[in-house]
Design a protein around this ligand. Sequence first.
Ligand SMILES: [Zn+2]
Length: 503
Amino acid sequence: MKKAIIYVRVSTEEQAKHGLSLDAQERVCQKLAEQNGYKSVEIIKDEGESAGSINRPGLKRMLRLCEEGGIETIFTVHSDRLARNTEDHLAMQRLFSKHNISIIYALQPNIDRKTALGQTMDTVMAAFNEMQRLAIAEKTKSALEEKAREGWFPGVAPLGYANVDNPNFRNGEISKRIIVLDAPKARMVKKLFELYATGNYSVYELSDMMRKQGLRTKKGGLLHPSKIYEMLKNPIYIGELHWGDIIVKNAKHKPIIDKKTFQRIQTILDNHNHHTCRRRKYQFLLRGFVYCADCGKRLTAEWHLKKSGLKFAYYHCPMRDGCKKSNYIDISVLEKQIENKFKEIQFSEDFIKLVCEKARIILEDKKKTINADKRSLYNQKTAIEQQRDVAEQKLFKGILSDEDFTRNRIRFKEELDDIQSAIDKLDEQKEVKVDEIQKILKFARNIYASYKEAPYSLKRLYLGFFWERFEVKSKVIIKAEPTLLFKTLLDNHKVIINDSWGD
Ligand SMILES: [Zn+2]
């Protein structure tokens, strides 16, 4: 026989403010219980009781009944009837989940649990997708970095160079595409640098001169002063490779400018404008997530230089007095505590199945899109090849001048190269996407391991997926507030909490 409880509560203030009365709460819950097939339900009331504490006679009785077993469903108007703080809320959810008790809120949107779960799934998948996007970006990033470390410029070739297939490419190597000198343009680039090195020309004058000489950007646009300025500062032209933090002094491409000229140019540039060189900051993982439990302020992170010369990073309360001292906490200590929080959570089996199915559908869709994109690129390629053939015929018939033909041929070549690299990119994407299901599954199956191995940006995303904020007191996280998404998952028993919470 199915048993259910209706729980109603009003606080003293609510009574004074004419909030939803006990009777009104009881009526809506009763109706809902009947709709769900419950004939007799026990009604538990807490009158003049605040939800701030769990020390309420009615609630205590209800929790005891839950512990004893036999309760199948609890009806209440809103989750705030049961608890107003996250710990209590989560503790109760845990208890309900342990005893297989469903909770149905009469005046909260998750009454229709199927729909609510559907919505949650979409949100979860959106979040997963975002995580995947980042994971792929990280993977691509590391592949490019690997290429850079080997001395091959991994990006789009700067003016004066061209991206081409490596003639000496062997399978398994990373340098399938490389940059080489684009001879006519390289000569003009060299001229540009030499002119600037005389100190007699501004970037504006050079922009004008280059326009007259026909040096244009890769897309055929004019060479703006800002672009020239950028070029003059780019050490790629002396054969160096700078990619993020990676610097390779003797890269595999040929230099266009000698070091002396380049150095002279840098001096001229420095004299012209005193731009500040911004150093990249250390990225504090928990920035924005951790708060001081005493004053509620967001903890700040900073470096401290010890007398020994070693640097230590800390999170601390920004207040000058009082809590600041007690909350001076080494970043690794706090980050470890957060990491351990992930040990406590796992998705339920049925949820993992749902995720798998959804991920499979998404993957199929993406593959379709990629294939469609590829087809359209191949069509473009064919069209350009046809144009090229027409141009050849015109040349033989004498309709097209030699000069025009050469110019066209270069343009066709560049366009074809661009299309080819776009096709290559799509193929790469496709490869990466095949791993996606695996990765999503891994995350779904082991949140903790996924978090632990994740790079910085992904870690922040995982954090934001589950937690709104953490409160820190005396160097310990005393409260973890879940996100709405996480809460919904908990309410639907899609996430299981393995361990004690918040203590
Ligand atoms: Zn504080």
